[in-house]
Unconditional design. Sequence first.
Length: 278
Amino acid sequence: MSEKRVKIPNSELIKVVEDLRERGYSNSSISEEIGARIDSYLYYDNFMSLNSVKQLSNLYGRDISHEIVSQPNRQNALKYKSDSLAIDGKLAELIGIILGDGHIQKNDKNGVHYLEIALNSTEFCQINRAGYLIKEKTNLKPKIYEKKGHAVRIVAHSKDLVKKLEDLGLSAGDKKQNQVGVPSWIKDDEAYSKHCLRGLIDTDGSIYQDTRGTKSYIRIQFSNRSQELLNDFRDLCKKEDIKTVKGGKHQIQISRSDIDEFINEIKPAKSNGLKLLY
């Protein structure tokens, strides 16, 4: 007879895992303690074995609410397979978003592979756009998690997706350490370049009104700790005949004379309503 399977409400499981993280546990160490991959239950809505629930409750220090289910949903994870990543403008924009505020992670040892995009909870347009692009391009339904400090994590778990993104020119791991840049297939195409610029500026970019005395200007700047990505941002703007100037150590600014052109050509979500300020 197979072991009983149970379902823990996702909101309850998220709270348990976040509390354990605050105590110093990682997803990997939690998995080791309960004898099962915690990510499979956080992100895939799979059913946990009764024994793993008992181990998790012991680790947490109190009983965790759950219900016994009649049939395990082992086939559920099959829908988390990306059948295609057709190259187009939407994919180029998604790559820009990932390069800006996202990353891909893979760990062949424990089988954890995922795409994550981190945004501020006030950036409603960017959150909706990122979620839409992931679903549209990968056939995955990403999970959205709110964390302390107004942070939002958009997560899509899939080994297949991570592999495809690597094939498209992205690197797993720390972007600063890897000094990531824009893939050549985007840089070589003007239309894709525009879409990628939109993704970059809507994540690691700032568009704001700068008021000094009686004068007011719209400022656009892109900030990133990858010098390679800063260079690529400047070069992509140059291809569009948009002039840039150096800002801070890790910053590129759009020349004041080309602000309108950048907004009209790139159409970043962060520029919505800015023309009312002129």
